[in-house]
Design a protein around this ligand. Structure first.
Ligand SMILES: C[S@@+](CC[C@H](N)C(=O)[O-])C[C@H]1O[C@@H](n2cnc3c(N)ncnc32)[C@H](O)[C@@H]1O
Length: 431
């Protein structure tokens, strides 16, 4: 390579490092105009295209870089990343193996191999690859963080905490590691440590919905409701394992109990022309409602929960939306509106009841559950969920036009080992 070409490459590379992607691209393209198969220029231009979200362009350029210099392991590693962005998991993994064969000490390749195993659900193999990556490059904070995830998913809580702490020792402002550390401490009911971690996260990322909400919950401050971004992140994260955890581990049975309540209040077998399942989640309530509804609509804030609900085939329509927005936009009334274990993500229920009332015709039913507060009208608990007192529910229901038809008191889920006091209500509108 000539001296001017070397200087041009260095100049483009320094633009690239400074984040000036357009100028970097111009520089790499100028080199390729003279020498179309210049390996390093192809490689670096491929990285620019990848950073710009042009995965097809990145794959094409990185494939050419590998062809130009087949012995360079990092080219194969970066090609693997671009292939993964296109969803080509098999080819990506093959590329990573070739990169490791060429250079067994390439930490990045072990790290990305761990990533593809994590996505594929092979947690033990992911752990092994991340361990290899941190052994080769102890400063690779992302490898510690992902090692933490692979351990957490294997139920190895203490080791996961240690891995998140290792990532934070490298970068104390690493927000993703702080969030996982805080959530894991919260799950272990180490309240003070969890609070400290959420507070650190709030410091690093002032717009973090999780940090704001959980700091309030662990400090005994009752806010008006969970931020939508918090709810979405919480349920997107747990959607895949939701049914197993709620039904299998936490003894969740609100859907069955709500259906019993509805059936007990109906003269004959109930039948509804148009029903909506608010906060439908994965569709557990839909399973109970489907046999008694002609048209069933599901609404949820979490796209991943809606995806699970879609797979069940229980709903005629599914929508990713905030439930109040959905109700406010509805053009036809519902004759049954259901919210199973959803209102516990709301503090002040005024907007919710007003929006439900807006979608009722005389005789419409509203069936829902609450977690019961012993004293206060509403209280945000350390779990991050709200409890409501029935006197507050009675008052709000009366003010928005509802009359109580039936109710039941009793727990419908546990929290850890403890049964959570709950209440189920069935109200009729416009009587
Ligand atoms: C505990 S899950 C219950 C899911 C389902 N109803 C069941 O019985 O399995 C709570 C659900 O409510 C949803 N949710 C919470 N707040 C919401 C809101 N404002 N609008 C729409 N969905 C909401 C969450 O995304 C989550 O899927």
């Amino acid at each position: 390579m000539s001296t001017p070409a070397k200087a041009a490459l260095e100049e483009a590379r320094s633009r690239h490092l400074a984040g000036e992607l357009d100028l970097a691209e111009q520089g790499y393209r100028a080199i390729l105009a003279d020498e179309p198969e210049h390996g390093e220029a192809l490689h670096l231009l491929g990285l620019v295209r990848q950073q710009l979200g042009d995965h097809d362009g990145a794959v094409e350029l990185l494939t050419r870089a590998v062809a130009a210099r087949p012995a360079v392991s990092i080219y194969r590693c970066n090609l693997a990343v671009a292939l993964r962005s296109r969803g080509e998991m098999g080819r990506s993994e093959a590329c990573l193996r070739q990169a490791i064969e060429l250079d067994p000490e390439l930490a990045q390749a072990h790290y990305h191999l761990g990533g593809s195993r994590l996505v594929g659900g092979d947690l033990a193999a992911a752990e092994q690859a991340f361990r290899q990556a941190v052994a080769l490059s102890p400063e690779l904070k992302e490898a510690h963080y992902n090692l933490g995830i692979s351990l957490q998913r294997q139920g190895r809580a203490e080791e996961a905490l240690a891995a998140y702490r290792d990532a934070l020792a490298i970068d104390p402002r690493y927000a993703k590691a702080l969030l996982n550390l805080a959530n894991q401490l919260h799950r272990l009911e180490r309240w003070d440590e969890a609070l400290a971690a959420y507070q650190r996260l709030a410091d690093v990322k002032p717009d973090s919905a999780e940090a704001a909400h959980m700091t309030a919950a662990l400090s005994g401050v009752t806010t008006s409701g969970c931020p939508a971004a918090y709810v979405r992140a919480l349920f997107d994260d747990c959607a895949a394992g939701y049914d197993a955890r709620l039904v299998g581990e936490l003894g969740y049975e609100a859907p069955q109990r709500l259906r019993e309540l509805i059936c007990s209040a109906a003269a004959d077998t109930p039948s509804f022309a148009r029903a909506v399942d608010l906060g439908c989640g994965t569709g557990l309530m839909g399973k109970q409602l489907r046999p008694i509804c002609d048209q069933l609509i599901g609404v949820d804030l979490s796209p991943a929960m809606i995806e699970q609900a879609r797979k069940t085939g229980r709903y005629d329509t599914l929508e990713v939306a905030d439930l109040v927005s959905h109700l406010v936009a509805a053009t036809e009334p519902y004759d049954l509106i259901v919210a199973a274990d959803v209102l516990s993500y709301w503090g002040d229920l005024t907007d919710c009841f007003e929006a439900v009332a807006r979608c009722c015709a005389p005789g419409s039913w509203f069936a829902f559950t609450i977690e019961a507060s012993a004293d206060d009208d509403v209280v945000l608990t350390r779990s991050g969920r709200y409890r409501h007192h029935r006197r507050a529910i009675d008052k709000l229901a009366a003010r928005t036009g509802f009359t109580l038809v039936a109710e039941r008191t009793g727990s419908f889920r546990r929290e850890g080992e403890e049964a959570v006091a709950g209440q189920l209500f069935l109200h009729e509108w416009g009587r």
